[in-house]
Write a protein that binds this ligand. Structure first.
Ligand SMILES: *Cc1c(COP(=O)(O)O)cnc(C)c1O
Length: 370
């Protein structure tokens, strides 16, 4: 194969010296985990950057999601989307709750708020929407429904780091929002995650849930697990946060080049811009409609691979169709989610991708256009 390999993503890394400087203090403190000084510093800096009132850091995003579901003592059914990463649905099921799948909006790929009400039953306790690819749900409409039926709203904001709506941090909406700091996300702490929330009373609850149930005493007050962020993770976060604006700007350039090259092509659907939304350029989902484009998603993916370019069927299959849920969950009526999952391809986008790389990806894609 002639050309350099291009993967769908590549983790951002600070200069090695920066990280070494940041972790040097750990050898002086001899404090490696359990709410150390880097952990606390990162909390303060994230509150400011994300424009959120409260934050709790976690060892990863998935455990943060599970902690949110536990913190609100939920029981019964949770209305959610099947067009998401496995984590969202698994968290609901692992916490003994039943996911009820709602269809998605065909432009934003987020839960279709117009279809939520018809799914509400006396057993419904919460809505768990996902800000898919960093595009945002209709947070106001969802809030109205939640108020009317007295439901909790818990957002999976794994993709939405740094996103703002009319200047307001996306983590301010709903009862709580999870952000993932996994290596592949826009901002990362190697593995890691956080919960953003407003109610100060939740702080101790999240602390106990991630620390074996211990609060201020030696007596466990609830049956907690272990999901603390350690000092090496927090140090990586501090380094990455110092360069986040630059990293997002680089992604923006990549996104704009893709837009220049691919907009206006028949049968090729690019992600929309949402008015008033400050984006984070996390993902580049493109849809291929075979009749107009000439090739279907799988054909484009295969041809890219033959040129050493790796895209991802993200998200396919729907979580409701997973093997582990066969005969166990009601898949619901989600034709739009199904159609999107069969036509969408996430193209390579990351900080280090050059304009020449983007052009190479686009050239190969456009070869398939009839
Ligand atoms: C990455 C991701 C998660 C899980 O986060 P981790 O930090 O990897 O545990 C959950 N939901 C979505 C939509 C994600 O993309």
């Amino acid at each position: 194969m002639d050309e350099k390999r291009i993967l769908v993503t590549q983790p951002s890394l600070p200069a090695m010296d920066d990280y070494i400087k940041e972790i040097e203090g750990i050898w002086q403190d001899h404090w490696l985990t359990n709410f150390g000084s880097r952990h606390n510093q990162l909390c303060e800096k994230l509150k400011e950057f994300l424009d959120i009132p409260q934050v709790s850091l976690f060892s990863n995003g998935h455990l943060a999601l599970e902690a949110m579901l536990e913190a609100f003592d939920l029981e019964g059914e949770v209305i959610t989307t099947p067009f998401t990463f496995a984590s969202t649905t698994h968290a609901i099921v692992r916490k003994g709750l039943t996911p009820v799948f709602c269809d998605i909006d065909k432009y934003t790929y987020c839960i279709d708020h117009r279809k939520i009400e018809e799914l509400i039953t006396p057993k419904t306790c919460a809505i768990l929407p996902v800000h898919v690819y960093g595009m945002i749900c209709d947070v106001e409409a969802i809030q109205k429904i939640a108020q009317k039926y007295n439901l909790k709203v818990i957002y999976d904001g794994a993709h939405a780091f740094g996103v703002k709506k009319d200047g307001i941090g996306i983590g301010r909406f709903g009862d709580a929002t999870m952000f993932s700091f996994h290596a592949t996300k826009v901002f990362h702490t190697i593995e890691g995650g956080a919960i953003a929330y407003s109610d100060e009373n939740l702080r101790m609850k999240f602390h106990q849930l991630q620390n074996f149930g211990f609060g201020d005493s030696d007596d466990a007050e609830l049956v907690g697990g272990n999901a603390k962020m350690n000092e090496f993770q927090a140090a990586m976060g501090l380094c990455n946060l110092r360069r986040i604006d630059m990293a997002m700007e680089a992604r923006k350039q990549v996104m704009e080049r893709y837009m220049e090259r691919l907009s206006g092509v028949d049968g090729l659907v690019l992600p929309p811009e949402q008015p008033g939304v400050q984006r984070n350029y996390a993902y580049l989902p493109v849809r291929f409609e075979k009749n107009q484009f000439g090739e279907d998603r799988d054909q484009v993916k295969k041809r890219l691979e033959s040129h050493n370019i790796f895209s991802r069927k993200y998200f396919y299959p729907l979580t409701s169709a997973f093997e582990c849920y066969k005969g166990r969950l009601n898949g619901g009526n989600t034709p739009i989610a199904q159609a999107i999952s069969e036509t969408v391809l996430a193209l390579p986008i990351y900080e280090g991708l050059t304009q020449a790389d983007v052009d190479r990806v686009c050239d190969v894609i456009l070869e398939g256009h009839k």
